[in-house]
Design a protein around this ligand. Structure first.
Ligand code: SF4
Length: 253
């Protein structure tokens, strides 16, 4: 794990567990991820990159009405037709290529069977997913956590913003990695902090806890911790703001 900067202090387990209780009391269990089947969850996780969920829902509705929401049918679909169907999700040509890359691996290497794709140790399955074109850490962890039954904590833009504003994480950036891909710096560190602190349960309980924890952070990010003008006074995480006022500067970023 990378060393903490002098201005960043990772939260202890007690703080992160309290954060969950505060969010859960406010929002209730979020019952994530929206999707009727694990395969639909996978398609949604790839389509949701850089767009609002309502747009993903429209794209998935198109795939359903065309009766192609199935690994082999999606893989057999010509790229242009696929792009046309997922157009509402934005970046449709890029996302069509990403979906096809995922389908190629799923169909050609795992017989179209998600259970086979997700079989094995979490670390190994994660590496398998990260090797697929267009699947970065956030998408891989979403697939693992919400479709694959693997406890793999998801870090997204909301998580980073909330953690940074509370002084629990440094600023993130990007770096080049093998294969010309870019990776967010700080992702693995933040993931490791959360997984280390929120490990009091195991099995199904841990899976449900981490699924709901991420969903709660998204709810805070959407409703309170906005990029501009965060609504701290009404936010369930207000009691966890640093008392020294350093977050005030961070809030302006
Ligand atoms: S809105 Fe304020 S209190 Fe809520 S998570 Fe963001 S920085 Fe923290």
């Amino acid at each position: 794990m990378a060393r903490q900067s002098r201005t960043t202090r990772h939260p202890g387990a007690a703080v992160l567990r309290r954060a969950y209780r505060l969010m859960r009391v406010r929002f209730g269990h979020q019952r994530w991820w929206p999707g009727e089947t694990p395969f639909e969850v996978c398609v949604g996780a790839i389509l949701t990159q850089n767009t609002a969920w309502t747009n993903v829902e429209r794209a998935i509705a198109n795939l359903k009405s065309a009766r192609v929401l199935d690994p082999r049918k999606l893989f057999a679909l010509p790229g242009r037709r696929l792009a046309q169907l997922i157009r509402p999700a934005g970046y449709f040509n890029v996302k069509a290529r990403r979906l096809r890359s995922f389908m190629r691996v799923l169909v050609e290497q795992f017989g179209g069977d998600l259970r086979r794709l997700f079989a094995g140790q979490t670390r190994r399955v994660r590496e398998r997913l990260l090797a697929i074109h267009g699947i970065g850490p956030e998408t891989a962890d979403s697939l693992l956590l919400y479709a694959g039954g693997h406890a793999s904590f998801v870090i997204d833009a909301y998580t980073k913003r909330i953690f940074q504003r509370h002084g629990w994480a440094g600023k993130s950036g990007k770096r080049k990695v093998k294969g010309g891909k870019t990776r967010e710096t700080g992702y693995e560190e933040l993931k490791s902090v959360c997984e280390g602190a929120l490990n009091q349960n195991s099995g199904r309980q841990r899976l449900d806890y981490w699924q709901d924890y991420h969903a709660q952070l998204v709810a805070v990010g959407k409703h309170f911790c906005r990029t501009r003008a965060p609504r701290c006074s009404e936010c369930p995480l207000k009691p966890l703001l640093p008392a020294d006022g350093k977050a005030v500067e961070a809030l302006k970023r």
